[in-house]
Design a protein around this ligand. Structure first.
Ligand code: HEC
Length: 290
């Protein structure tokens, strides 16, 4: 075998190139992903799911919800709104600076009723010089970053989903089909556990026209004992159990519903920014203010 060195070299290059592509490159890109502090309140994000919700993730996985639901919000880009907050003390200089950005803005009305949106630009690169020009004239402006795209307009999220969002999920269940809505932020849209349970038991009765299959085996149909159970479903119409009977969620149903309301991926991240509304002030006492 004269060319054994060549064969070895070819195999070596092929294997090391694929190792580089499949192991090294992802590790360099994502290997150091860690929890971060984010948003106006500097909350930790993401956080591990608490016990019952973590069990619910397994129920979600075992029932194949992922075949009809994605957990991954898409985004086409951002729109930055420039908001004039303070006109400064020299109105003439401010108007002159604004007039240079857009001739329409060089009018006294521009400075009335602040704060207000004065310009819309494509991204932060375009916004930065505008902020500088406004600042140089002694006025103050702020940028509001809004994510845009069809998923965002549907209300499925405030920004696109990124790898960081799945940090504590093993396995991740981003899904690839959308027979039903995306669930990445379900916990913010529908935080009511009892609604989730009723929907799992009778989707069509909860959402008229729903084609989602009911998951009745997650519930127990039983005779009311000495006292009705506190967790029995409140059902009406043809789904209601006959008198003397009740429908009670099993442990798996409660875990699944807890998992569903724990789905919230809405903290702004460096790689997927948007401007979060300011956190409400933390009230630690209900005694009257002094
Ligand atoms: C055959 C496809 C299919 C499967 C499987 C499926 N769903 Fe659905 N799901 C839908 C459809 C369609 C809707 C929209 C109608 C509705 O709200 O009932 C929906 C809606 C939902 C909603 C309401 C979301 C919203 O934003 O309105 C939740 C929550 C949900 N499904 C959870 C689940 C869970 C949990 C499972 C697994 C136990 C599951 N689904 C399995 C098709 C499916």
């Amino acid at each position: 075998m004269k060319s054994s060195a060549l064969v070895f070299l070819a195999a070596f290059i092929a294997l090391s190139a694929s190792w580089g592509g499949f192991v090294l490159a992802p590790q360099l890109q994502l290997g150091r992903t860690a929890q971060v502090k984010t948003g106006p309140a500097q909350d930790n994000y993401p956080v591990a799911r608490p016990g019952l919700a973590a069990q619910g993730a397994e129920v979600y996985r075992s029932l194949g919800c992922v075949y009809c639901h994605s957990q991954s919000v898409g985004q086409e880009g951002v729109k930055c709104e420039i908001i004039l907050i303070d006109a400064g003390t020299n109105a003439t200089a401010t108007l002159a600076a604004l007039g240079k950005l857009n001739r329409e803005l060089d009018k006294p009305q521009t400075l009335a009723l602040l704060p207000k949106v004065i310009l819309q630009v494509a991204d932060m690169n375009a916004a930065d010089p505008i902020l500088k020009a406004i600042g140089a004239a002694g006025a103050k402006a702020q940028v509001l970053v809004n994510a845009v795209g069809p998923d965002i307009s549907r209300g499925w999220g405030r920004r696109r989903t990124v790898a960081q969002d799945y940090l504590y999920d093993l396995p991740v269940q981003p899904g690839s089909r959308r027979v039903g809505p995306d669930l990445a932020n379900l916990g913010l849209r529908m935080p009511d556990v009892n609604w989730q349970l009723r929907h799992l038991y009778a989707p069509a009765a909860t959402v008229p026209g729903s084609t989602m299959p009911p998951y009745r085996f997650l519930f127990e149909f039983r005779k009311i004992g000495r006292q009705p159970s506190a967790s029995a479903l409140q059902l009406s119409g043809k789904d209601a159990p006959p008198a003397g009977y009740e429908i009670v969620p099993t442990e798996a149903a409660r875990a699944l519903a807890t998992y569903l309301v724990s789905l919230r991926a809405n903290a702004p991240l460096f790689e997927s920014p948007f401007t979060a509304p300011a956190a409400p002030p933390v009230v630690t006492t209900n005694s009257p203010a002094k």
